[in-house]
Structure formats: structure tokens, C-alpha cells
Design a protein around this ligand. Structure first.
Ligand SMILES: C[S@@+](CC[C@H](N)C(=O)[O-])C[C@H]1O[C@@H](n2cnc3c(N)ncnc32)[C@H](O)[C@@H]1O
Length: 381
């Protein structure tokens, strides 16, 4: 094959959560991508080699960045198998390396995503077997090469996942709580809040601290993939180790200290507070996240603060009536004790928005990790 699609076009695809489009587009521009065009749940864009390594290392919003190898019309399983074998898989894999496949199929003759993934896997394995009688193993948890198969309206695309798996897995979450939010969703919320470290940020329902850790990474300019060990682009045939080392070193040298009282939070659960401390300790020592155990009712209140939070919601965290009562009380707390602050509340369940008793300045639907939620902004006068 003379040049893979990403090599001949310089084009990639970034996947993101529904509702995070504006954040994703802004991030692509900031990180130097060009020819940015909206696709289904993501963006097509162009980037040179240095820019794409930088994007995968720093993107906070995208869940996957894909380098397409081949695009083709695909009306049958047989054709998928045959066409997948046109790729010389020894360009990407050796017998000692492992791989995995994510597949999405919609509105096509091939109906089952899992089955399509199976056919694709067989094509790779059989190619190795024919050449060597041996085959590389599949490892769905921690593969060396993560591939993506996408078929929509009988048009197929085979891509390498450049992050080597979903980028929401930053690597700092060593301890969790019930209903943690995805890191990429938390990053989108921080971005939509417009917070840029100019005034304190507080999360009074901090759980495992995802919003706090994402705010900390942003304030400290820590690359989002700082803790990642494997990247899919390491397996590309044109991978350039010198360029990657320059990109990584430059990004790591650009971290800045986070002021001591900038990022704080609390939670009623002792386990949550413990989780935040453990997760925070995974991140570089360039500042602190102050966290304590407290019911929000016992907090003194805040002025001139950006409150960013994700209160409990019925779907995952028990009784909806109880949650509604808690939100009403939280609304009163905001009105009475937080004048001069701005609150950004992410409701995991849209129906809860009304229970707060405050009129939002804006609402922004954000869907991720199985949640159909909404982010609301409240100016507290
Ligand atoms: C949806 S979770 C937050 C998850 C968090 N965003 C994360 O990513 O881990 C809501 C949190 O609110 C806490 N909580 C419930 N009632 C509370 C109260 N009255 N005061 C403070 N925290 C409370 C729970 O312990 C839980 O950790």
C-alpha cells in the first residue's frame, strides 16, 4: 500500500462527547490543527506530525484521536475481511505486540458492531498466520495497538487510535467514589465555565475530585496525557521518536505552579476526601488541592469564587425525592451565602435542574458516560 490515508491527506478525526463540540473546536485551533470540519460526534482536521503528537498529549476534551489508514465502500463482511487484509499489518504489529479493536457500525448492511470487529480481527490474525504460522494476541485491557473500525451507511474507515485507548483515562484516578464523572466531561465543564485561574474555584460536592483535578491540570498547564505510558502513535510506521521527545519535553517544561488557595473542595463522605487526596498525589508537585470533609450546609459560603460542581442525582445516587430536597437546600445556600460568586452546576439528570429554585443564565446540554446531563450557569447577585 503506497501511503496510509493519514499520510496522504494529513487528516485525522477527533471524537468527543455530545455537547463538547465548541470546546473541542476551540482546543483544536489552540493546538494548531487546520481545516477543521465537523463530523458525527467529532471533528475532522489536518495536522503535521509534531502537531498531532502535541494534540494527543495535551487534548483535554477529545476522547479519541484517530489516524485513518483506509476508507472504503463496504457492503459485506466478506469485503471487509478482504479489504482489511490489503493493509500490511506488520507495519503496525509484531508477534510480541498485542492489539484490540473498537468498532461502531450504523445504518449499514453489516449490522452488528461486535461481529464486524471480529471479522476485522480475523483478517489481521489470518494475515500473520499465513506469513508466519503465528499470530499476535488480542489484549482488550492494555493493548500496544488500539484499532478502530467505523462503518456508517456502508462506508468503512479503519484507523489507529493515537491515544492507544480512550483519552478520558488520564491515569490519576487511583481511588473512586460512586458516580464519578469522566475526566473529559469534567474538562469540558471547566472550559465552558470560562475559569482560567483568575479567582478561586470550589467544588462543594467534589466526590473523587474529577473537576478539581481537571481544574488543577488546567491551572498548572499539565498536559492531559502526562501520566499516560502508551500512545497509539508509537506504533505508526512513520513514528519519529526525536519529534515526540521534543514535543513531550517542551510540554512538560511548560507547567506552572498552582497558587495555594486557588482550588478547593469538600464532600460529606470521608471516602471521597480520601480519594481526592490519593488522586491529587498522582499529579506533579506544583501546588495543592485543598479538600475537607463537610456537608455543604456547614460551609461558610463564598464570595468572588467560581463554584463548579456535580451534585448527587437520582439515576445513580438513590432516591430522586431526597436529591430534589438537597438541591432545593443547595439553591438556598447559593442565594444566601454565595453572593458575588458564579456557580456552574452539572446535573447528571436534566429533570433536576428545576429543583434548585434559581434561574440559570444559560444551559448547555452535555452527554457523556451514559449520562444525559446539562450544565447551567448561575450568576449570584
Ligand atoms: C455525583 S457525586 C460527585 C462526583 C464527582 N464529580 C466525581 O467526579 O467524583 C456527588 C457527591 O456529592 C456528595 N454529597 C452528597 N450529599 C452531600 C452533602 N449534603 N454535602 C456535601 N456533599 C454531599 C456525595 O458524597 C458524592 O460524592
Amino acid at each position: 500500500m503506497s501511503g496510509y490515508l493519514y499520510q496522504t491527506t494529513g487528516q485525522y478525526f477527533g471524537q468527543l462527547a455530545s455537547g463538547a463540540e465548541s470546546c473541542g473546536e476551540a482546543e483544536l485551533k489552540e493546538l494548531g490543527a487546520t481545516k477543521i470540519n465537523k463530523g458525527y460526534l467529532g471533528y475532522y482536521f489536518c495536522a503535521d506530525q509534531r502537531t498531532i503528537y502535541n494534540l494527543v498529549y495535551r487534548s483535554r476534551i477529545f476522547s479519541r484521536i484517530l489516524a485513518p489508514l483506509l476508507a472504503f465502500d463496504c457492503h459485506s463482511e466478506k469485503y471487509l475481511y478482504k479489504t482489511a487484509q490489503q493493509i500490511d499489518w506488520t507495519d503496525f504489529l509484531t508477534l510480541t505486540k498485542t492489539f484490540a479493536i473498537t468498532s461502531n457500525v450504523a445504518d449499514s448492511n453489516i449490522r452488528n458492531s461486535q461481529y464486524a470487529g471480529q471479522i476485522f480481527k480475523d483478517a489481521i490474525v489470518d494475515q500473520f498466520r499465513t506469513k508466519t504460522t503465528e499470530r499476535p494476541d488480542v489484549d482488550t485491557r492494555n493493548p500496544d495497538l488500539q484499532l478502530n473500525l467505523y462503518i456508517h451507511e456502508n462506508k468503512a474507515r479503519i484507523s489507529v487510535d493515537l491515544g492507544g485507548g480512550s483519552l478520558h483515562k488520564r491515569g490519576y484516578r487511583t481511588e473512586s467514589v460512586e458516580a464519578p464523572m469522566q475526566e473529559t466531561l469534567a474538562a469540558a465543564i471547566i472550559r465552558l465555565s470560562g475559569w482560567n485561574g483568575e479567582r478561586p474555584l470550589y467544588d462543594p460536592f467534589c466526590g473523587s475530585g474529577t473537576l478539581l483535578c481537571e481544574a488543577f491540570m488546567k491551572a498548572g498547564n499539565i498536559p492531559a496525557a502526562y501520566l499516560r505510558h502508551k500512545f497509539g502513535f508509537l506504533r505508526l510506521p512513520d513514528f519519529d521518536a526525536a519529534v515526540w521527545n521534543q514535543v513531550k519535553t517542551k510540554a512538560n517544561n511548560e507547567t506552572v505552579d498552582v497558587p495555594e488557595d486557588l482550588i478547593k473542595g469538600s464532600d460529606v463522605s470521608a471516602d471521597a476526601v480520601k480519594a481526592v487526596r490519593a488522586n491529587r498525589n498522582e499529579l506533579p508537585e506544583i501546588g495543592v488541592i485543598k479538600v475537607r470533609r463537610s456537608d455543604f450546609q456547614s460551609l461558610e459560603g463564598f464570595s468572588n469564587t467560581t463554584i463548579v460542581t456535580n451534585p448527587p442525582y437520582g439515576i445513580r445516587m438513590g432516591n430522586t425525592e431526597e436529591v430534589a430536597g438537597l438541591l432545593k437546600e443547595f439553591g438556598d445556600f447559593l442565594k444566601q451565602k454565595c453572593t458575588g460568586s458564579t456557580a456552574f452546576i452539572y446535573y447528571g439528570d436534566k429533570a433536576l435542574m428545576k429543583k434548585l429554585g434559581l434561574k440559570p443564565e444559560w444551559k448547555h446540554p452535555l452527554r457523556a458516560g451514559g449520562l444525559d446531563g446539562v450544565l447551567c450557569k448561575y450568576e449570584l447577585y
